[in-house]
Design a protein around this ligand. Sequence first.
Ligand SMILES: *[C@@H]1O[C@H](CO)[C@@H](O)[C@H](O)[C@H]1NC(C)=O
Ligand SMILES: *[C@@H]1O[C@H](CO)[C@@H](O)[C@H](O)[C@H]1NC(C)=O
Ligand SMILES: *[C@@H]1O[C@H](CO)[C@@H](O)[C@H](O)[C@H]1NC(C)=O
Ligand SMILES: *[C@@H]1O[C@H](CO)[C@@H](O)[C@H](O)[C@H]1NC(C)=O
Ligand SMILES: *[C@@H]1O[C@H](CO)[C@@H](O)[C@H](O)[C@H]1NC(C)=O
Length: 271
Amino acid sequence: MSEEVTYADLKFQDSSKIEHVQKFDQVGIKAPSAPSHGLHKRDLALILLCLLLMTGLGILGSMFHLTSKREMEKLKKLQNFKEELQKNVSLQLMYNMDICKKIRNISTTLQELATKLCYELYRREPEHKCKPCPKEWMWHEDSCYKLFKNYDTWQNSGKTCSAHNASLLKIRNKSVLEFIKSQELYNYWLGLSPRKVYTKYKNLDETLISSNWFTRNTSDLSDGKYCGFITNIEYVFYDYCTSRKYSVCEKLADPVKIESTLMNEEPDERM
Ligand SMILES: *[C@@H]1O[C@H](CO)[C@@H](O)[C@H](O)[C@H]1NC(C)=O
Ligand SMILES: *[C@@H]1O[C@H](CO)[C@@H](O)[C@H](O)[C@H]1NC(C)=O
Ligand SMILES: *[C@@H]1O[C@H](CO)[C@@H](O)[C@H](O)[C@H]1NC(C)=O
Ligand SMILES: *[C@@H]1O[C@H](CO)[C@@H](O)[C@H](O)[C@H]1NC(C)=O
Ligand SMILES: *[C@@H]1O[C@H](CO)[C@@H](O)[C@H](O)[C@H]1NC(C)=O
């Protein structure tokens, strides 16, 4: 009868539960006083281990303290070195900047000297290699000038200048005025704005002060009909823009090449 009950129980319980029950039974039977003894030994071992660990930690801590102190000192030294280096670098930079300024000053002075020297050479030999203007162009200060002998309208004269990367002459200061007067130009178109109202003539010095100089593209004539031309060293006259005159063009000179002032060969074939 009891066997039948066990069988039925077994049938309805899963295998793991059975094992568990069996193990519990075994422990319960075998050693009832053993656990307290084992626990004591384990505690001792644990305490010992703790002590060991704490000693180790203490040693490590003091070692860490020592090393960190040493590291801090090193860091401090490094910091000082860095600051000194930075100071030295900035001093060096200041010194270099000073040198740079001096070099710039020297090269500016050298450029000025070369320009003066080249101008002297140009006066003696108009096509000297150092001339900063194209061949057959005159040089005055930092500009180049050329007279074109083709008789043409104001607009076409402007185009002639444009074709040479230049524009019709504008006299904006005394220096250029004196230079142009020395050329004694007759019947040359100037880069003055075309006027709607006819003006017979203007004094050249007056014109110079006026801001009437043409700054736009000569291709668009705007609505002016009368264009200015220089016809003796004192006056600017006006005439129909469609009448024909010579032209005088101007453009900026290149910087004088320093080494070119030392050359004494044939001039370039520059145009
Ligand atoms: C900074 O410059 C001084 C004097 O020129 C020099 O004695 C020193 O070694 C330099 N320091 C560093 C970090 O280069
Ligand atoms: C170059 O330095 C000199 C003297 O040191 C000074 O007279 C001159 O004006 C400086 N020139 C330039 C272009 O800075
Ligand atoms: C005008 O300038 C352009 C561009 O700077 C250049 O290619 C051309 O050769 C120049 N023409 C003359 C006649 O100098
Ligand atoms: C006068 O004007 C010209 C341009 O029209 C310019 O190249 C030159 O540097 C000026 N001269 C002076 C002394 O301002
Ligand atoms: C001036 O205008 C003409 C026609 O509109 C154009 O072909 C030329 O490139 C212009 N020149 C400049 C310097 O703008």
